[in-house]
Design a protein around this ligand. Structure first.
Ligand code: PGA
Length: 263
């Protein structure tokens, strides 16, 4: 099922990288590239997700960029508001610091930090209630794919959140499909396989909400300039969540350019 034009999103997930000086330089280089040859906001939305410590600095540094580049938190607490939760950052505290976006459900959080569907639902509920936009990550493991359970796994992950997302809040969700076996491995899903899964996700979303037809569904997993054009050409791939390649300004810029040019 192809969809009406959806402005793509290209978001860099920096994960636990880099040191502050390198982060500043990376942003400086990205700003320079955008200044030399801008990518129109209407052609591609852009965002970067630095470590929590750097969120406000990077946001400030991006303030005078020639176009909007959103600053995205990599995680949010399952607890709302303020309180005695050592080490945590709530959705309200992110909002209070001017951070309007958050990643929820990244496979690394699910795997290493025991972010269960119940915990992810708390995070999503709090984030949406604090008016954050959520980039919700889903994806199957290699074993699940080999057992023919990729689709079931991913659609279940979509259904998991339906209990906490209010009807009018779906517009504040971006889905990122990231097959776990493709993350940081250099292996990308073929554009055909990625498109097939994206179409299934869109079908699943559309059964839950009318917004499903127009929600952005990003692909993630070893996206680089070399494969971005092909991925961008797929009708239901509306952008990319980029890990490794987002740590290089030129690579990240080129990926955004590929999506901007194709859509
Ligand atoms: P990668 O990471 O691009 O390094 O594979 C993607 C992600 O985990 O978001």
């Amino acid at each position: 099922m192809s969809v009406p034009a959806i402005t793509p999103w290209v978001v860099g997930n920096w994960k636990m990288n880099p040191m502050q000086a390198s982060a500043k330089q990376l942003v400086q280089e990205l700003k320079q590239l955008l200044q030399n040859q801008n990518i129109e906001e209407s052609d591609c939305h852009m965002g970067v997700a630095p470590i929590a410590l750097a969120l406000t600095d990077i946001r400030a540094q991006l303030h005078d960029s020639s176009r909007t580049v959103y600053t995205v938190a990599q995680d949010v607490s399952r607890f709302a508001g303020t309180g005695a939760y050592t080490g945590e950052i709530s959705a309200e505290l992110l909002q209070d610091s001017g951070i309007g976006f958050v990643l929820v459900g990244h496979s690394e959080r699910r795997e290493y930090f025991a972010d269960t569907p119940a915990i992810l639902n708390e995070k999503i509920k709090n984030a949406l209630n604090a008016n954050l936009k959520v980039i919700y990550c889903v994806g199957e493991s290699l074993e699940q794919r080999e057992n023919g359970q990729a689709e079931l796994t991913v659609l279940q992950q979509i259904c998991d959140i339906a209990a906490v997302v209010q009807a009018e809040q779906w517009n504040n969700i971006i889905v990122a499909y990231e097959p776990i076996w493709a993350i940081g491995t250099g292996k990308t899903a073929s554009p055909e396989d990625a498109q097939a899964m994206h179409a299934k996700i869109r079908e699943g979303l559309s059964q839950i909400t009318p917004a499903g037809k127009t929600m952005a569904i990003l692909y993630g997993g070893s996206v680089k300039p070399e494969n971005a054009v092909e991925l961008a050409a797929c009708p239901d791939i509306n952008g990319a969540l980029v890990g490794g390649a987002s740590l290089n300004a030129e690579s990240f810029y080129k990926i955004a350019q590929a999506f901007a040019n194709t859509k």
